[in-house]
Design a protein around this ligand. Structure first.
Ligand code: 13P
Length: 207
């Protein structure tokens, strides 16, 4: 895909997330790998009102080259790409249900269990939780890096989610799937449930 088309695609997908309530105000940020670096949403920008010509462009060493100043979460995005060299895009959201899950008191139980096929197919069997860091805190880098080696979606304590995908569309689809899965997990809390069996999960992982 050409550079300009990628800019337009990012703006359109971000607006779609915003208009369906997956992000509010200026929360959330998105990055996508391009030929010689990364395009990223500028800091303090609303996903609903991005300007394709003002997206931040960073070179492959993550130096800001052009466009508006990049998101304060550059370190978080960089850690995802470094842990998973196969990915092409990263979406960070403060969507309501994932963020609610991320604020629950710590427990031995995973926040999300494999209840539905698409959770497993899109995000894998296990979604790690990284403890709270102030947004933009560079100290989160090694925790994100280690978690991303195990999973392409991570829940950020008291904050939200970060999700990787091979393409922008994949990353957005997976971020939406994570949000809906979090909503389902909250609906199911305190009830007897039937998670998918290990054999059912295994069959999905290899499909
Ligand atoms: P930016 O506006 O710097 O991208 O930060 C928004 C955000 O979601 C912080 O976690």
């Amino acid at each position: 895909m050409k550079f300009l088309e990628t800019r337009e695609e990012l703006v359109n997908l971000a607006a779609s997330l915003f208009h369906r309530g997956y992000s509010v105000g200026s929360a959330g940020n998105i990055s996508v790998r391009v030929a010689d670096g990364y395009l990223m949403t500028p800091t303090n920008s609303s996903l609903g009102r991005l300007d394709a010509g003002r997206l931040s462009f960073l070179d492959s060493a993550w130096n800001h080259v052009s466009g508006d100043a990049p998101s304060k979460e550059v370190v978080m995005h960089r850690a995802m790409y470094q842990a998973r060299p196969d990915i092409g895009a990263v979406v960070h959201l403060h969507s309501t249900h994932v963020t609610a899950l991320s604020c629950l008191a710590p427990s031995e139980e995973p926040l999300l269990q494999p209840h539905t096929p698409y959770l497993v197919m899109r995000l894998g069997e296990y979604i790690p939780l990284v403890p709270y860091y102030k947004p933009g805190d560079p100290n989160m880098e090694s925790d994100i890096f280690e978690a991303a080696k195990e999973a392409k979606a991570i829940i950020l304590g008291n904050h939200g989610s970060i999700v990787a995908g091979q393409t922008l569309v994949n990353a957005v689809d997976s971020a939406e799937e994570l949000e809906v899965s979090a909503e389902i997990a909250l609906l199911l809390r305190g009830r007897d449930t039937r998670p998918l069996s290990p054999a059912e999960v295994h069959a999905l992982m290899n499909s």
